[in-house]
Design a protein. Structure first.
Length: 208
Protein backbone atom coordinates (compact mmCIF):
# COMPACT_ATOMS: atom_id res chain seq x y z
CA UNK A 1 0.00 0.00 0.00
CA UNK A 2 1.34 3.42 -0.96
CA UNK A 3 2.16 5.89 1.77
CA UNK A 4 0.36 9.22 1.97
CA UNK A 5 3.59 10.91 0.86
CA UNK A 6 3.91 8.65 -2.18
CA UNK A 7 0.29 9.32 -3.15
CA UNK A 8 0.84 13.04 -2.83
CA UNK A 9 3.99 12.92 -4.94
CA UNK A 10 2.30 11.00 -7.75
CA UNK A 11 -0.70 13.34 -7.69
CA UNK A 12 1.72 16.25 -8.15
CA UNK A 13 3.31 14.44 -11.09
CA UNK A 14 -0.13 14.02 -12.65
CA UNK A 15 -0.90 17.70 -12.08
CA UNK A 16 2.44 18.68 -13.64
CA UNK A 17 1.75 16.47 -16.64
CA UNK A 18 -1.74 17.91 -17.08
CA UNK A 19 -0.38 21.46 -17.08
CA UNK A 20 2.29 20.50 -19.64
CA UNK A 21 -0.30 18.91 -21.92
CA UNK A 22 -2.52 21.96 -21.66
CA UNK A 23 0.44 24.22 -22.47
CA UNK A 24 1.59 22.26 -25.51
CA UNK A 25 -1.58 20.72 -26.93
CA UNK A 26 -4.59 22.46 -25.42
CA UNK A 27 -7.37 21.45 -23.07
CA UNK A 28 -8.66 18.58 -25.20
CA UNK A 29 -5.33 16.77 -24.81
CA UNK A 30 -5.71 16.60 -21.04
CA UNK A 31 -7.24 13.13 -20.84
CA UNK A 32 -6.60 10.29 -18.43
CA UNK A 33 -5.13 8.17 -21.25
CA UNK A 34 -2.80 10.93 -22.39
CA UNK A 35 -1.71 11.58 -18.83
CA UNK A 36 -0.88 7.90 -18.40
CA UNK A 37 1.14 7.94 -21.62
CA UNK A 38 2.94 11.10 -20.52
CA UNK A 39 4.04 9.43 -17.28
CA UNK A 40 4.69 5.99 -18.75
CA UNK A 41 2.13 4.17 -16.62
CA UNK A 42 -0.85 1.97 -17.42
CA UNK A 43 -4.03 3.70 -18.67
CA UNK A 44 -5.84 2.86 -15.44
CA UNK A 45 -3.20 4.25 -13.07
CA UNK A 46 -4.41 7.89 -13.05
CA UNK A 47 -7.85 6.68 -11.91
CA UNK A 48 -6.29 5.51 -8.65
CA UNK A 49 -5.52 9.14 -7.83
CA UNK A 50 -8.28 11.14 -9.54
CA UNK A 51 -11.82 10.14 -10.46
CA UNK A 52 -11.75 11.63 -13.95
CA UNK A 53 -10.53 14.49 -16.17
CA UNK A 54 -12.67 17.05 -14.33
CA UNK A 55 -11.00 16.12 -11.05
CA UNK A 56 -7.54 16.50 -12.60
CA UNK A 57 -8.47 19.85 -14.11
CA UNK A 58 -9.84 21.05 -10.78
CA UNK A 59 -6.58 20.09 -9.06
CA UNK A 60 -4.46 21.85 -11.69
CA UNK A 61 -6.54 25.01 -11.45
CA UNK A 62 -6.58 24.92 -7.64
CA UNK A 63 -2.78 24.82 -7.57
CA UNK A 64 -2.61 27.75 -9.99
CA UNK A 65 -4.97 29.82 -7.81
CA UNK A 66 -2.96 28.97 -4.67
CA UNK A 67 0.32 30.00 -6.26
CA UNK A 68 -1.25 33.20 -7.54
CA UNK A 69 -2.53 34.01 -4.06
CA UNK A 70 0.86 33.25 -2.52
CA UNK A 71 2.59 35.65 -4.93
CA UNK A 72 0.21 38.50 -4.10
CA UNK A 73 0.22 37.77 -0.38
CA UNK A 74 4.02 37.97 -0.38
CA UNK A 75 3.88 41.33 -2.17
CA UNK A 76 1.34 42.60 0.34
CA UNK A 77 3.39 41.62 3.39
CA UNK A 78 5.07 44.54 5.09
CA UNK A 79 3.63 47.22 2.80
CA UNK A 80 2.39 50.23 4.77
CA UNK A 81 2.04 52.98 2.16
CA UNK A 82 -0.86 53.19 -0.25
CA UNK A 83 0.86 53.89 -3.56
CA UNK A 84 3.86 51.70 -2.71
CA UNK A 85 1.74 48.75 -1.71
CA UNK A 86 -0.63 49.07 -4.65
CA UNK A 87 2.25 49.20 -7.12
CA UNK A 88 4.00 46.22 -5.52
CA UNK A 89 0.89 44.06 -5.62
CA UNK A 90 0.08 45.08 -9.18
CA UNK A 91 3.59 44.17 -10.31
CA UNK A 92 3.36 40.82 -8.56
CA UNK A 93 0.06 40.09 -10.29
CA UNK A 94 1.42 40.89 -13.75
CA UNK A 95 4.71 39.08 -13.15
CA UNK A 96 2.88 35.91 -12.06
CA UNK A 97 0.75 35.96 -15.21
CA UNK A 98 3.71 36.52 -17.54
CA UNK A 99 5.94 33.98 -15.78
CA UNK A 100 3.16 31.35 -15.66
CA UNK A 101 0.95 32.06 -18.69
CA UNK A 102 -0.59 28.59 -18.89
CA UNK A 103 -1.48 28.60 -15.20
CA UNK A 104 -3.02 32.04 -15.67
CA UNK A 105 -5.04 30.82 -18.65
CA UNK A 106 -6.27 27.84 -16.65
CA UNK A 107 -7.38 30.20 -13.90
CA UNK A 108 -9.31 32.66 -16.03
CA UNK A 109 -9.79 31.28 -19.55
CA UNK A 110 -11.10 27.81 -18.75
CA UNK A 111 -14.75 27.34 -17.93
CA UNK A 112 -15.38 24.32 -15.70
CA UNK A 113 -19.09 23.86 -14.95
CA UNK A 114 -18.26 21.31 -12.24
CA UNK A 115 -16.06 23.72 -10.24
CA UNK A 116 -18.46 23.82 -7.30
CA UNK A 117 -18.02 20.05 -6.86
CA UNK A 118 -14.39 20.50 -5.79
CA UNK A 119 -13.99 22.21 -2.39
CA UNK A 120 -10.22 22.53 -2.86
CA UNK A 121 -10.73 24.48 -6.08
CA UNK A 122 -13.44 26.66 -4.54
CA UNK A 123 -11.22 27.49 -1.55
CA UNK A 124 -8.20 28.27 -3.73
CA UNK A 125 -10.27 30.47 -6.02
CA UNK A 126 -11.74 32.38 -3.10
CA UNK A 127 -8.27 32.86 -1.59
CA UNK A 128 -7.00 34.20 -4.91
CA UNK A 129 -9.94 36.57 -5.29
CA UNK A 130 -9.46 37.79 -1.71
CA UNK A 131 -5.96 39.03 -2.61
CA UNK A 132 -7.59 41.59 -4.91
CA UNK A 133 -9.30 43.36 -2.00
CA UNK A 134 -7.24 42.44 1.08
CA UNK A 135 -4.84 45.35 0.74
CA UNK A 136 -7.70 47.77 0.13
CA UNK A 137 -9.38 46.52 3.30
CA UNK A 138 -6.13 47.19 5.17
CA UNK A 139 -6.21 50.78 3.92
CA UNK A 140 -9.86 51.23 4.82
CA UNK A 141 -9.12 49.96 8.32
CA UNK A 142 -6.21 52.41 8.59
CA UNK A 143 -8.41 55.32 7.52
CA UNK A 144 -6.62 55.86 4.19
CA UNK A 145 -9.81 55.07 2.30
CA UNK A 146 -13.21 56.42 3.21
CA UNK A 147 -15.23 54.19 5.56
CA UNK A 148 -17.98 53.89 2.98
CA UNK A 149 -15.60 53.06 0.09
CA UNK A 150 -16.89 50.22 -2.09
CA UNK A 151 -13.93 47.88 -1.60
CA UNK A 152 -15.29 45.17 -3.88
CA UNK A 153 -15.89 47.63 -6.72
CA UNK A 154 -12.44 49.20 -6.35
CA UNK A 155 -10.84 45.76 -6.24
CA UNK A 156 -12.61 44.75 -9.45
CA UNK A 157 -11.52 48.00 -11.09
CA UNK A 158 -7.86 47.22 -10.32
CA UNK A 159 -8.34 43.60 -11.40
CA UNK A 160 -9.76 44.71 -14.75
CA UNK A 161 -6.95 47.20 -15.24
CA UNK A 162 -4.38 44.43 -14.75
CA UNK A 163 -6.15 41.64 -16.61
CA UNK A 164 -6.70 43.59 -19.83
CA UNK A 165 -3.03 44.33 -20.65
CA UNK A 166 -2.05 40.79 -19.66
CA UNK A 167 -4.57 39.25 -22.03
CA UNK A 168 -3.49 41.58 -24.83
CA UNK A 169 0.16 40.63 -24.34
CA UNK A 170 -0.49 36.91 -24.08
CA UNK A 171 -2.47 37.13 -27.31
CA UNK A 172 0.42 38.92 -29.02
CA UNK A 173 -1.35 42.24 -29.58
CA UNK A 174 0.96 44.52 -27.60
CA UNK A 175 4.06 45.94 -29.23
CA UNK A 176 7.00 47.67 -27.55
CA UNK A 177 7.12 49.94 -25.71
CA UNK A 178 3.53 49.24 -24.64
CA UNK A 179 3.87 45.94 -22.82
CA UNK A 180 1.61 44.61 -20.07
CA UNK A 181 3.89 45.77 -17.27
CA UNK A 182 4.06 49.36 -18.50
CA UNK A 183 0.35 49.60 -19.24
CA UNK A 184 -0.78 48.00 -16.00
CA UNK A 185 1.54 50.27 -13.99
CA UNK A 186 0.10 53.37 -15.66
CA UNK A 187 -3.49 52.17 -15.26
CA UNK A 188 -2.98 51.27 -11.61
CA UNK A 189 -1.38 54.63 -10.83
CA UNK A 190 -4.24 56.47 -12.52
CA UNK A 191 -6.82 54.41 -10.67
CA UNK A 192 -5.00 54.91 -7.38
CA UNK A 193 -5.02 58.68 -7.80
CA UNK A 194 -8.73 58.57 -8.53
CA UNK A 195 -9.47 56.37 -5.53
CA UNK A 196 -7.54 58.61 -3.16
CA UNK A 197 -9.28 61.66 -4.55
CA UNK A 198 -12.60 60.04 -3.79
CA UNK A 199 -13.45 59.53 -7.44
CA UNK A 200 -16.28 57.15 -8.21
CA UNK A 201 -17.40 55.74 -11.56
CA UNK A 202 -20.05 57.80 -13.31
CA UNK A 203 -23.48 56.16 -13.26
CA UNK A 204 -24.42 54.30 -16.41
CA UNK A 205 -26.85 56.15 -18.66
CA UNK A 206 -28.97 55.06 -21.56
CA UNK A 207 -30.41 57.10 -24.35
CA UNK A 208 -34.16 57.36 -24.21
Amino acid sequence: MLSEEAVGEFRERLIDAAERLFATRGLEAVTMRQLAAELGVSPMTPYRYFADKDAILAAVRARAFRRHAEALEAARAGKTHGAEGSSSISRAYVRFALDHPEAYKLMFDVEQPSSADYPELVAAGERSRATMTAYLRDLAGAGVLAPDADIELIGHMFWSALHGPIQLQLAGYLKAPYDAERLSEALSEALWRGVLAGATPAPATTDS
